[in-house]
Design a protein around this ligand. Structure first.
Ligand code: KDG
Ligand code: MG
Length: 401
C-alpha cells in the first residue's frame, strides 16, 4: 500500500478546523485533525509546503517511521505548528491501519480497559448563583464531573469564566482584550465551591480551570483554600514553561493538579511527571503528536501515578476527539476526558461513531477511529479568521490566560 494523495481541508462549521485526509493507492483513506486554534493557516502551509511532498509514495503502515521522519528529519523539533502537522498525519495513519486491520482503533492499541469514558463539561456564570444553577442543570443531564467557573464581580465576564459555555460566542476576527484581577479572583473561587458543595453534595466531581493566570505561591494558596471542597482537580494554575515552579504548589496543597493542554511533546512534561508534581496530564492527540505521541506520554505518566485527561474543547475537532476516546478506552491510567460538546454544524461536517451517553462517551465499534469528514458540508463553511480573547491586568499589563 502506498500514500497516493494527501488533502488539507480547512473549514469553519462554527469553529475553524484543519483536517488532513490521506488517500492510499488501494482506496483506503484516513482522516486526522491538525487544528491550532487562531494559527490555523500556519499549519496548512507547513503541511502543504513541507510535509505532504515528502510523504507521497510512502507505505502508510510505517506509522512510527513516518512520525520519526517528520520529527527528527525536519531538524527543527517540537513546537505547536510542527507537532500539529505531525499529529494530523499520525491520526490519519492510525485510522488507515485500523481500517486495514478491520478493527476499531482501540482494539489495535491493545483492546478495551473500560466500557465507557468519563467526561467533564463546563459551566460558567456571571455570579455564583448562576454557576450553581448551571451545575445543577448539567448534573440533571447525567454529568458526573463538571468544571465550574465564575465571573469576577466588578469586572466584565472574561474567557473561561462566565456566563457562556459556548466558546464560539467568544471568537472574534481580531483578539478582544479582557480585564483580569488576581486580587479579586482569589477569594472568590473558594466561595463558589463552598456554595456548590452545599447545593450538590459530595458525589459530583467538581473541577476548576485557572487558565495559567497565577504565580506558584498564589496557586499554592488557592489549592489550600479549596481543600475542604475536594476538587477533582485545579487546572493550569500556573504557566508551566518552568516545570520546577510546580514544586512550590505541590509542597503546600493536596488539591490535585492538572496541566498540559498546550504541551506538544513528552519533554514539556518530563519533570512534572517524573517528580510527581501533577496528577493529570492534559495532552491531546491533535497537539501532542497524535495517537503515537499520546501513547508515549501516557505510558511514561503511568510509572509515576499520573493519569490521562485529554484536552477536548470545541477547537479540538471531532476527529481528534475520536482519536482521544479510542486512546481513553485503552489507556490503563485513564483519568477523565474533557468534552465541551460541538455546534450542530460541526457534528454535520464530521460524522462520528463516538457518542455521548450522559456523563460518558462511548467509542462505538466502527473500524478505524470512527470519524469522517463530509467534504460537501465543509465546502459550505469557508474559513474565517478568528481569535480567542487575550487578557490584561487592570493596569494594562498583558496577562497569561
Ligand atoms: O484554544 C484554546 C482553548 O482550547 C482553551 O482555552 C480551552 O482551557 C481550555 C480548556 O480547558 O478546554
Ligand atoms: Mg484549560
Amino acid at each position: 500500500m502506498k500514500i497516493k494523495e494527501i488533502r488539507v481541508i480547512v473549514a469553519s462549521p462554527g469553529r475553524n478546523f484543519v483536517t488532513v485526509k490521506i488517500i492510499t493507492d488501494e482506496g483506503l483513506y484516513g482522516v486526522g485533525d491538525a487544528t491550532v486554534n487562531g494559527r490555523e493557516k500556519a499549519v496548512v502551509a507547513y503541511l502543504e509546503d513541507h510535509v505532504i511532498p515528502c510523504l507521497i509514495g510512502r507505505d502508510p503502515m510505517r506509522i512510527e517511521d513516518i512520525w520519526q521522519y517528520l520529527y527528527k528529519g525536519a531538524y527543527w523539533r517540537r513546537g505547536p505548528i510542527t507537532m500539529a502537522a505531525i499529529s494530523g498525519i499520525d491520526i490519519a495513519l492510525w485510522d488507515i491501519k485500523a481500517k486495514a486491520a478491520n478493527m476499531p482503533l482501540y482494539q489495535l492499541l491493545g483492546g478495551a480497559s473500560r466500557d465507557k469514558i468519563m467526561i467533564y463539561q463546563h459551566v460558567g456564570g456571571r455570579d455564583i448563583e448562576e454557576t450553581v444553577e448551571g451545575v445543577v442543570a448539567l448534573r440533571e443531564k447525567g454529568l458526573v464531573a463538571i468544571r465550574a467557573q465564575v465571573s469576577i464581580p466588578g469586572l466584565p465576564p472574561i474567557y473561561g469564566t462566565g456566563p457562556s459555555t459556548d466558546q464560539s460566542a467568544m471568537v472574534q476576527t481580531l483578539p478582544v482584550e479582557e480585564v483580569w484581577s488576581t486580587h479579586k479572583y482569589l477569594p472568590l473561587v473558594p466561595k463558589l465551591f463552598e456554595r456548590l458543595r452545599d447545593t450538590v453534595g459530595w458525589d459530583l466531581h467538581l473541577l476548576h480551570d485557572v487558565h495559567h493566570r497565577l504565580t506558584p505561591i498564589e496557586a499554592a494558596r488557592l489549592g489550600r483554600d479549596l481543600e475542604p471542597y475536594r476538587l477533582f482537580w485545579l487546572e493550569d494554575a500556573v504557566p508551566a514553561e518552568l516545570q520546577e515552579g510546580f514544586r512550590l504548589i505541590r509542597q503546600h496543597t493536596t488539591t490535585p493538579l492538572a496541566l498540559g493542554e498546550i504541551f506538544n511533546t513528552i519533554y514539556d512534561c518530563q519533570q512534572l511527571i517524573s517528580e510527581q508534581l501533577i496528577d493529570y496530564i492534559r495532552v491531546t492527540s491533535v497537539h501532542a503528536g497524535g495517537v503515537t505521541g499520546l501513547r508515549r506520554i501516557f505510558d511514561f505518566a503511568a510509572i509515576y501515578h499520573v493519569r490521562s485527561a485529554c484536552h477536548g474543547p470545541m477547537d479540538v475537532s471531532p476527529i481528534a476527539m475520536g482519536a482521544n476516546v479510542h486512546v481513553d478506552r485503552w489507556v490503563p491510567n485513564f483519568g477523565i476526558q474533557e468534552f465541551s460538546g460541538y455546534l450542530e454544524a460541526t457534528h454535520e461536517m464530521f460524522p462520528h461513531a463516538w457518542e455521548q451517553q450522559g456523563g460518558y462517551l462511548v467509542t462505538g465499534e466502527a473500524i478505524g477511529h470512527g470519524v469522517d469528514i463530509d467534504e460537501k458540508v465543509a465546502a459550505k463553511y469557508p474559513y474565517k479568521q478568528a481569535y480567542l480573547p487575550i487578557a490584561r491586568a487592570e493596569d494594562g499589563t498583558l496577562w497569561s490566560w
